[in-house]
Design a protein around this ligand. Structure first.
Ligand SMILES: [Zn+2]
Length: 130
């Protein structure tokens, strides 16, 4: 492992963008097993080259900037997906409403009958069945 450590000195290494590209490459490789397309094959190869190039790159600041750009796009998507998953998990115990005034999402416990809900954002009071 010592030679690898020496080799990696001053090189960028793995970041979130590289991991994402590796995942894309993996999906691409799986798809290649089903569709023997030359375009897909080229796409897979290009991604592999990009990943290897980025990991061993010595232009650390540029790779870092690329990763920041990627995270700026990826993080909101991840947050949205996590929110959706959380909602599905909560469906048994909670009911979701949208404030008719400010569109804020409100979560209330299920099975409490008719309750008045006050929007925490705009203070609008609604009567809803929970
Ligand atoms: Zn509101």
């Amino acid at each position: 492992m010592n030679w690898l450590r020496k080799f990696m000195v001053g090189r960028y290494g793995v970041d979130q963008l590289s991991i994402a590209l590796i995942v894309v490459n993996l999906i691409c490789t799986i798809l290649l097993r089903f569709f023997n397309s030359s375009i897909l094959n080229i796409f897979c190869t290009i991604i592999s080259v990009i990943v290897i190039y980025r990991i061993f790159s010595k232009n650390i600041s540029k790779r870092y900037q690329e990763n920041i750009k990627f995270l700026n796009i990826w993080n909101p998507i991840k947050r949205k997906v996590n929110k959706r998953i959380q909602r599905i998990k909560d469906l048994k115990d909670y009911k979701y409403f949208k404030c008719s005034n400010c569109k804020q999402t409100l979560r209330v416990p299920r099975g409490k009958g008719k309750i008045s809900i006050t929007c925490p954002k705009c203070k609008l009071v609604m009567i809803k069945k929970s």
